[in-house]
Design a protein around this ligand. Sequence first.
Ligand code: ADP
Ligand code: MG
Length: 669
Amino acid sequence: MGSSATEGNTERIDDRDALSDWLADASNDGKIVRTRLRSSERVIARVTDGIYRAPASALREVISNAWDADATKVTIHTDAPRFERLFVRDNGIGMSYDTLSWLLHSIGGSAKRTRQGQRMGIADPVNADRSPSGRLLIGKIGIGLFSVSQLSQHFRIITKVKGNDFRLEAHVLLNTFSEDQNDLDDSEVEEFVSGEVAIHRIGTDDLEAHGTDIILDDIKPRVREILRSADRWTAIAEREAALERGDRESAAAIRDMAPRYHGGWIRNVHQGEEGPDLLDIEPKLPWGVDTPVDARMGALVEAVEGEFSRTNRPNLADTLDTYLHTLWTLALSAPVSYVDKHPFDLTSEDNVRLFWLSNEQRGQAIELDLTKNITIRQACMEQAPGAPTLQDGLPELGDSFQVEFDGVELKHPVRYSFHPTGVRGLETSLMFVGKYSPDLASTIDPMASGGRLDLEGYLFWNGRVVPKENNGVLIRVRGSSGESFRSDFFDYQISEQTRLRQITSELFVLKGLDAALNIDRESFNYSHPHFQLVNLWLHRALRQLTNRHKGITHTAREKRKSTAAAAQQDLVNTHAEEVWNSRRGDDAPPDVTIASTKDEAQTAREQGGTAIVQPSRAGISGATATQKVQTAASALLTVLDAYGLLGDLDYDDQQRLVEDILKIFEDDL
Ligand SMILES: Nc1ncnc2c1ncn2[C@@H]1O[C@H](COP(=O)(O)OP(=O)(O)O)[C@@H](O)[C@H]1O
Ligand SMILES: [Mg+2]
């Protein structure tokens, strides 16, 4: 169609193929072409209306795109604590002119995981589901990049493909939308102009360079205020002002507390013409300038866990400002490694017991042996039925993916150290691991549609989950996830409140389920068969954990009871011996027998000992109670004997005296 027109010096091309041709043409080096964004109105309106709730969600999409583009390194810079600008760079494959044209003209229609994607070189030529280097592609819907419109009305994409002697710079300016455009019904949704783009083709000699930069120069004021934690700092300043005025009442009404760790605060950004912005509050970060980039995430997690000493249930909202919280959230959702190690790489050194989850409807988890210092992976492979290989966390084709955010290498902020509940709790954590690949083709279940489903998962029971936000279940589809753990475990209906609060769970979905992901890539379509299967599996797993945990706690309680009783009895015995020694000096204490029959008692007496028959009393049952009565009776005999009170009594009276005294203390025995 070649709809091109010349406006001043720059050409306007609104046809995708014509745009591609223009970009491919070396004679256009140094020139700028203009085009319009095209998408369905509804899609772009949704994006700008905030389906991506937090700034972290938009950044997550940008990181996912770098993953999909086979980048090994992503660098994000903010200008914290101002948050006017954001810069993201990756060293991925970049965008060809075809890819860029497609991107701008097919918002909401991703080429990834399609033939088209294979032709454009953004998917593996053999398996469209994977990136050129073999990674599982995360993208699918084709709106992720435009989620940055949430943060800024305009942004720049600078991109270069290895081997090309030019790079492309696209400056995107998005239109704003009126609210009621959401009301259009499907028939009215057509291609829609949602923004203007100017693309600059720039020649270069650096053939080797490759990658993509996304630059936001002008973050929206509202987003800036969120990232600055402005509400919080302003409230704190107001309280201080009120206190200075002596207005105790107003001060007391302001509850906001300063976060323990934060990126600092500048009240008036760009207010003084005279010089640079001054920090009103210096940043307080849990790492120092000398802390290596790859150790900083660990320092952050440790700092948050350290709040344990100050509060019962540390939480992120109180501990971190929005900036660090955003960093945390990104670290959780991005396809990066764990701060310590992958949960499947834990060993018995980590103070954990291992169970293998059954996929049967009424199945029970079986305990595996984690001794001899093997990892959970090894134990599962060696001992679980079917010798399963746990795939998640295995090095993906030997390459790495690193994301650095303002000098912090992001790692999943989940650690598996054991936090006891107190003296009465268990002494180890419990790890439940399973794998589920239902055979959907051969089942008669009407839900059997939607292709293959393949997942691995764990449920980790800990005395306390620290921070609080790590409680719940997180579903990672192809390594990437939404922004938080779901503490309701997707409507798990059984009232297990305490136990549920002690669980961290992740489900790694290797195949399937992404058709059930909603457009925000954080919530699920509950009626999708894959989601229902995953949910069912999760709830079965929770039930297995609950049963096991109940059993283990019960056994531990019984054991504790009997050891506590034994300790108590030791005290009684020691006391009796002390009385004996103080009355009788070095005389050997009597050899006391609490016999079960009269004959037995008689035999013991004949051998020179003191003896009575075990006092039989109503209301006594159980080994522990019996033991207690025996101890008391024997101590009593020793004490009476020490005072010389037994010798005058015949055996029957000895028996009655002990029973009569014990009766007084019946309730305590
Ligand atoms: N960092 C990047 N490197 C290379 N290509 C990218 C990058 N970001 C986006 N793209 C291209 O833009 C397209 C649209 O991205 P996006 O809107 O996130 O949708 P999706 O990832 O679902 O395809 C991608 O399919 C890809 O071709
Ligand atoms: Mg994407």
